[in-house]
Design a protein around this ligand. Sequence first.
Ligand SMILES: Nc1ncnc2c1ncn2[C@@H]1O[C@H](COP(=O)(O)OP(=O)(O)OP(=O)(O)O)[C@@H](O)[C@H]1O
Ligand SMILES: [Mg+2]
Length: 270
Amino acid sequence: MSPTLERRQTGSLDLSAHDLSMCFERTVGRERVLTQALQDVSFRVRAQEFVSVIGPSGCGKSTIVRIAAGLQRPTGGALRIGPNEVTGPGRETATVFQSPGLLPWRTVLDNVALPLEVAGIGKRDRAARAAEYVELVGLSGFSGHYPRELSGGMQQRVGLARALAVRPQVLLMDEPFGNLDAISRQRMQDELLRIWEHMKTTVVFITHAIDEAILLSDRVLVMGRGVVRAEVDIELPRPRSRRMLLSDERTLELMSRLEDLLGDADGTPA
Ligand SMILES: Nc1ncnc2c1ncn2[C@@H]1O[C@H](COP(=O)(O)OP(=O)(O)OP(=O)(O)O)[C@@H](O)[C@H]1O
Ligand SMILES: [Mg+2]
């Protein structure tokens, strides 16, 4: 962590959903099919808070991310970043998806610099800033590499650096480590913990993995189909480490509580 990075980090904002609804309409043959992906969902993620969202497949997690990123307009209610309603893609948020979507013809450095280029930052400044974030995610020796020359975990690090380089006030992560093998996944979780504990950006983190949610989060939202069923505070000390959590009996309690809530949310017996 370089001191310049800490000094230059801008503040973070809260994110709040107010009776958020999303109804998708499709035409199948002659019929109109409606899918209520979200129904009057309300929650708040405080500035600098790390909140995970877990829930069964299809319950609306990615829909929340897409609305927060300004990629989709809700059919009801509002999502606010700070005091402002999100009405389209903005500079306040950056998103890391399951697949990093790197441009194959650009080097690591140039991939990280891309959103800075789009934001109109001059060539020298953006190269310096991109290098800073490439270093932050532990890839300084790979700046000149192309995505095809990197492992899946390394590519995901580039995706994380690219998102962080715009210094978002809210970082949205939609199953960012879902495609990684178990060891790469653990390393990325450790990296993310280290980076977040320094930067304290507001994070909304979507995951299927209960242990990942407990390790990383201040709070976990448990979703059922289209709704937030429960909120669970993760009152474990920080800075956290996997080893520390394994020897803390509260971890087991939290795991079984979240398992139960997820079972209920799924409609299947816990
Ligand atoms: N563009 C769309 N058109 C129609 N239906 C959609 C569209 N996008 C999502 N849906 C539906 O909305 C619901 C919620 O989808 P969403 O992608 O938010 O789920 P998810 O919780 O992220 O699932 P997963 O864990 O599998 O990623 C699903 O039933 C899905 O089929
Ligand atoms: Mg999803």
